[in-house]
Ligand binder design. Structure first.
Ligand code: HDE
Length: 705
């Protein structure tokens, strides 16, 4: 057997040379400016293509340490996925304070105006496994780790300000019910099945959250366009030791936006990574998304007089009751360098708070404080997970905790206990002045297992949420309930849920019953406390809180070879002026030129770029291409779906043939359709119309056709 270069059988694959023979090397060798491939022990590897064998076709040799090490490591690459929020996506950035909040908190990010704190954010879905699709109807996690100079503060929130349950003890039941049913292992990333609706229909405290989850909040267009909430009531504590209650809000400066359910279903097929790709692309292109951190501050007197218990996580405080005060700006301007090292290994713990922040007695929060630390040990395998770079504080830390698996930051010196008498050599000491001090709240009472009376009203805020929505949004909520319950196989569960909805709103219950084809409404479920009518809150509607521009949104332009150069240029420039993007979709990815012969960069072949991937569309074709595409199912779907999803459509005259083939007659083409013929003003008018995001007036008409 020879290992000389003469024995190599290199293969030329396009512009890449790959070594294949005995002793063969890849095209990149140590001499060409790239480092040598090594084993984990640092031994350079000569051949990464062929295992050591006896003779050319003989058995493999166990002594091939390079091959065995490679396979061994591969076999152990996976760690347990998160038991909930398994599918997530992280990004890095900075939090910048608007002002000093020293009067209410000594929390380090807010000590002075302009103060910057490094952050890591992980967005997630809850129910689906790690490989599930982004557009599942689900709550989104919005977890923020702030590396402050007084320690790490984790605000582990969601995109919905309330939760399904009032006591952490019910969390395993809730999660079991929504995840795959245990006997069959499906459905994946879906709440539309018997177990989930069985559980929640037996837990009236879930009703308020269900309204949010059946609303378009649960199918956001992008992480960039959704709010975040700390959910629980926390405490701010100032240097004088005074406490103020606080609820945290993240408000996207991009405005709120969601997709329609039919779009969500189709996006999941077309691009299951739609949300993570969106965030990645936005940050990579320099369009860093931003959120304002806002707080609702209140005292004991407000807590006593408010209609609901501020410790009950199934309730929120409307912004009309306590306005949200913006205190800082979050900018996510860096993608992760390595998905596993950062997004997967990041370990959020609700117990990670810093001086100036404290807990309240919210029973959900107290339970979480146990769960998050506990779950990280299971997932990351060692109490030293805090030493992983993504989890390590950026401020100095000194303690006597030692050893354990994978301890790679180890104290030096003799002292590993205190008190000790080793003087300056004796290691760190307590800091009574700057150390964390728990707010000295008064607590007394008998140990009991009891749900407070003040947690009993399960319907009033659900009703308030529903009645705060536009009629378009109300229809979406009713449709979502009907869809989900139609997937439930057990009639009694469907009926129990409709019976519960009667306590929320009779019209909603009726609309759901109609959607299911139910002749007669069941009697309402008994209530523990009579629901009351509360003032609607405009802040709860997505449509009323959209952007006032089209920035950060994307137009999909279906074009063909020979597309009019002036029209395309005018459209591109109007979108660029708005800060919006355009992606070209064409019958092929090579060989498409504009009318002036310029080769166009095509983002998607027509069957890979359905209109559900875009916020608005353009159809700019030649007559020949329109005739050909009129026979193409994907091109017709592009148009039909854009129309059905109430999108704004720019087009040239030639697009007519495709519209007709797609069943969009001229009578169907409303003011959402904009003819473009190269004039800049026409493109500008189209982009201005797009600021509304959708022409909702079309929705009812589409449903009727
Ligand atoms: Fe979580 N939750 N949770 N949760 N949660 C987890 O921790 C838990 C709750 C939230 O991107 C787990 O590291 C209990 C509310 C987010 O890594 C686990 C209860 C809110 C994330 C856990 C709740 C959340 C998690 C699983 C009921 C919004 C993802 C993996 C008391 C305020 C964090 C992990 C990330 C993750 C427990 C309820 C948000 C098992 C026991 C309410 C955003 O510890």
């Amino acid at each position: 057997m020879s290992d000389t270069n003469e024995d190599r059988t290199d293969v030329q694959l396009g512009d890449v040379t790959v070594g294949r023979g005995a002793g063969g090397e890849t095209h990149q060798t140590s001499g060409s400016g790239v480092p040598s491939l090594t084993t984990q022990q640092g031994v350079k590897v000569a051949d990464d293509q062929n295992t050591l064998t006896v003779g050319e076709r003989g058995p493999q040799l166990l002594e091939d340490f390079a091959m065995r090490e490679k396979i061994f490591h591969f076999d152990h690459e996976r760690i347990p996925e998160r038991v909930v929020h398994a599918r997530g996506f992280g990004a890095k950035g900075v939090l910048e304070a608007y002002e000093s909040l020293a009067d209410v908190t000594m929390a380090s990010p807010f000590t002075e105006k302009g103060k910057q704190t490094e952050v890591f954010v992980r967005f997630s879905t809850v129910a689906g496994n790690k490989g599930s699709s982004d557009l599942a109807r689900d709550v989104r996690g919005f977890a923020v780790k702030m590396y402050t100079d007084t320690g790490n503060w984790d605000l582990v929130g969601n995109n919905i300000p309330v939760f399904f349950i009032q006591d952490a003890m019910k969390f395993p039941d809730l999660v079991h019910s929504v995840k795959q049913e245990p006997d069959r292992g499906f459905p994946q990333a879906q709440s539309a099945h018997d177990n989930f609706w069985d559980f929640v229909s037996l837990m009236p405290e879930s009703t308020h959250m269900l309204l949010w989850v059946m609303s378009d909040r649960a199918i956001p267009r992008s992480f960039r366009f959704m709010e975040g909430f700390g959910v629980h009531t926390f405490r701010f504590v100032n240097a004088a030791g005074e406490s103020t209650f606080v609820k945290f809000h993240w408000k996207p400066l991009q405005g709120l936006q969601s997709v329609m359910w039919d779009e969500a279903v189709k996006i999941n097929g077309a691009d299951p990574d739609f949300h993570r790709r969106d965030l990645w692309d936005a940050i990579q292109s320099g369009d860093a998304p931003q959120w304002e951190l806002g707080v609702q501050l209140f005292d004991d007197a407000f807590a006593d007089e408010f209609d609901f218990d501020v410790l009950d996580a199934t309730k929120f405080i409307p912004e009309e009751v306590i306005p949200v005060r913006p205190i800082a700006k979050l900018t996510l301007d860096r993608t992760v360098d390595n998905f596993f090292a950062e997004t997967e290994q990041v370990a959020f713990c609700t117990q990670n708070i810093i001086p100036g922040i404290d807990f309240t007695n919210d029973p959900l929060l107290q339970g979480r404080n146990f769960s998050y630390l506990d779950t990280q040990l299971k997932r990351l395998g060692s109490p030293n997970f805090t030493q992983l770079p993504v989890n390590a504080p950026r401020c100095p830390m000194h303690h006597f905790q030692q050893d354990g698996h994978m301890a790679f930051t180890n104290p030096v010196g003799r002292a590993n206990y205190e008190p000790n008498s080793w003087g300056e050599e004796g290691g760190p000491r307590e800091d009574p002045n700057e150390g964390f001090r728990t707010f000295p709240r008064d607590e007394q009472g008998a140990a009991r297992r009891v749900r407070p009376e003040s947690f009993a009203d399960h319907y009033s805020q659900a009703r308030q949420f529903y009645r705060s929505q536009t009629s378009v949004e109300q229809t979406h909520i009713a449709n979502a309930f009907a869809f989900e319950l139609s997937k439930v196989e057990t009639p009694a569960i469907r009926l129990r849920m409709v019976a519960g909805l009667r306590n929320v709103d009779e019209e909603l219950a009726q609309a759901v019953a109609d959607g299911l084809g139910l002749d007669e409404l069941p009697d309402p479920l008994p209530v523990a406390a009579d629901p009351i009518d509360l003032e609607p809150s405009g802040a709860l509607s997505i449509i009323q809180n959209g952007p006032d521009n089209f920035a950060g949104r994307k137009v999909g332009a279906l074009v063909s070879d020979g597309v009019d150069a002036a029209t395309l240029t005018a459209l591109r420039s109007a979108l660029a002026d708005e800060g919006a993007m355009i992606e070209l979709v064409a019958p092929t990815v090579f060989g498409i030129h504009d009318s002036e012969g310029n080769e166009l960069e095509i983002g998607q072949k027509v069957d890979g770029g359905p209109s559900v991937l875009y916020d608005a569309v353009a159809v700019l074709l030649t007559d020949d291409a329109a005739a050909t595409l009129s026979k193409d199912a994907a091109a017709k779907d592009f148009v039909t779906n854009a129309h059905a999803h109430c999108k704004f459509v720019a087009h040239n005259d030639a697009a007519e043939a495709l519209f007709l083939a797609a069943g969009v007659r001229s009578a169907d083409r409303d003011e959402g359709y904009h003819l473009l013929d190269g004039e800049a003003a026409m493109s500008t008018a189209f982009v201005e119309a797009c600021r509304d995001l959708r022409l909702w007036a079309r929705e009812a008409k589409v449903d009727q056709t």
